[in-house]
Structures are given as C-alpha cells and as structure tokens.
Design a protein. Structure first.
Length: 116
C-alpha cells in the first residue's frame, strides 16, 4: 500500500520560513498532481496550493505570494516553501496526490505552529 510521507513541520516565529516535504513511500509510484491542504482547529480543511501534471500552480488567496509549491518528478516528491508565515497559518498540513489512474492519496499530516 503506497502512502505519502510528510516532513518539515514544527514551530516557527511569525515572519519566518518553513519548508514541508512530501514523498511517496514507493519510488516506482508515479504522481500525477500534488497539493497541500491545511486544517486549523474548528475549521474545515482548505486548499493551500496545487501543482498540476503540467506544473501549473495555483494557490489559496491567503497564501498567494508567500508560499510556493514545487515537485521533483524524478523521485516523486514535492515540497511547500512557506515564507513570511503568520499566526493564522497555524494548522495541520496535509499532502495530497493523485496517481496516474487518478486515485487520491493523503499524507498523515504535519503540524505547523506559528508564534506571534
């Protein structure tokens, strides 16, 4: 069973940077698209950033200009670079991907806490 493995979460001060990484547990697994979602306590899960198979990207309004999503097709991994973070960015961040057969996969989530 393939799963996504996330890393890079933690505690950061407002205005700082953090980089989240996501990788498939099997190197032979090919990802079609990749995205990052987040869920804060008491709130619905929301899309943070998405990168399509042609590397087209789009971002949630609240992170546009601060966060960058990218992927490495050679090793089926991706990352989310978070700059100028704010306390409202505090949430559990989830990696999401679609296989070539459009089957969805989720990571286990990684906690990001931004202190003011």
């Amino acid at each position: 069973q393939v799963h996504l493995v996330e890393s890079g979460g933690g505690l950061v001060q407002a205005g700082g940077s953090l980089r989240l990484s996501c990788a498939a547990s099997e190197s032979t697994f090919v990802l079609s698209t990749m995205a990052w979602y987040r869920q804060a306590p008491g709130k619905q899960r929301e899309l943070v950033a998405h990168i399509a198979s042609d590397d087209t990207t789009n971002y949630g309004a609240s992170v546009k200009g601060r966060f960058t999503i990218a992927r490495n097709k050679s090793n089926n991994s991706g990352y989310l670079q978070m700059n100028n973070v704010k306390p409202e960015d505090t949430a559990v961040y989830y990696c999401h991907a679609l296989s070539l057969a459009l089957r969805p996969y989720w990571g286990q989530g990684t906690q990001v806490t931004v202190s003011s």
